[in-house]
Design a binder for this molecule. Structure first.
Ligand code: GUN
Length: 291
């Protein structure tokens, strides 16, 4: 059995994706006479969200884009945030908008999905973009699933006709991940908390993508020897150590390739967000080819 799996580190994959995004961003900047602009809305002070939103703004600036952050206290009324979102929707100088999650109690997550106009919805959370993904129509695609496919592509791992199991069925990762894999002609199994005999199901997968939010859920008993394993989870222990949904030390000797936590899927998500922002600006500037 292979003892040294290929480590699917994001470093070189992010560099390759960012290089393309940077070139497209600079070309667009000279065409429009202004940079593509990302607006980031943060509500409350969730420590991870504060870090993520800062990283998104910094990444935009590094890639020749503009960004503006809006930070509300957790006590803000949802209608105030909605009013800002509507102003940004109507502002032709803003290309992409995102509302960082989780949102405080008092916000109806399902309702918030509709606030950002689908053409500026760089997270691709709007039900219209989700529907377009499933129907194979053009539209914004969600950052984490796109980032995972970019990671697989970067390392030359084929998807077509392979059996892929997605564990988790969140609207942000699990469901769109399965949809994108299907679009790439994988044979897709969607497993979730009600799946009977999870290890038996996951062991059929040549590509196993785990997005459960349950630290260390996946062990060697879940993994087919030679599988490619992608870990979307991120958990911080009391000592501050980061780990994923997959028990890396036990699972990695079985795999042909595995993504680490940290340094795997997370940075790919931000790189995909940047690519989406340039794409949104390009689409807005080219009405004849827009959706
Ligand atoms: N919270 C955790 N991940 C994400 C993401 O990709 N987008 C937004 N808006 N919030 C998140």
């Amino acid at each position: 059995m292979e003892k040294f799996p290929l480590l699917l580190s994001a470093r070189s994959a992010v560099a390759a994706l960012n290089e393309k995004t940077h070139a497209a961003s600079l070309a667009l900047r000279s065409r429009l006479g202004r940079p593509a602009k990302l607006a980031v809305i943060l509500v409350g002070d969730d420590p991870a969200s504060v870090i993520y939103t800062r990283k998104k703004g910094e990444a935009a600036l590094r890639l020749g884009m503009a960004h503006e952050s809006f930070h509300f206290p957790a006590s803000v009324s949802p209608s105030e945030v909605q009013a800002l979102t509507e102003r940004l929707n109507a502002d032709p100088g803003v290309d992409g908008i995102l509302i960082q999650r989780p949102l405080p109690a008092g916000f109806d997550d399902a309702e918030v999905l509709y606030w950002i106009h689908p053409s500026k919805d760089v997270d691709a959370f709007h039900p219209e973009n989700h529907g377009r993904l499933i129907l194979g129509l053009p539209g914004m695609l969600p950052c984490t699933p796109v980032g995972i496919l970019a990671l697989l592509d970067h390392y030359g791992i084929p998807v077509e006709s392979r059996t892929a199991c997605v564990v988790g069925r969140s609207a942000i990762v699990g469901k769109p991940m399965a949809g994108l894999l299907l679009r790439r002609n994988a044979t897709v199994i969607q497993a979730h908390r009600h799946t009977r005999d999870l290890p038996e199901i996951t062991r059929t997968a040549e590509i196993l993508i785990v997005a459960t939010g349950s630290a260390g859920l996946i062990g060697p008993e879940h993994v087919r020897p030679g599988a490619v394993v992608i870990d979307v989870g991120i958990h911080r222990s009391a000592e501050g150590k980061l780990s994923g949904d997959v028990r890396f030390a036990e699972v990695s000797p079985l795999c042909s390739a595995i993504s680490p936590v940290p340094g795997g899927v997370g940075p790919m998500t931000i790189a995909a967000l940047m690519a989406n922002t340039v794409l949104a600006a390009e689409t807005a500037a080219t009405p004849s080819t827009s959706q």
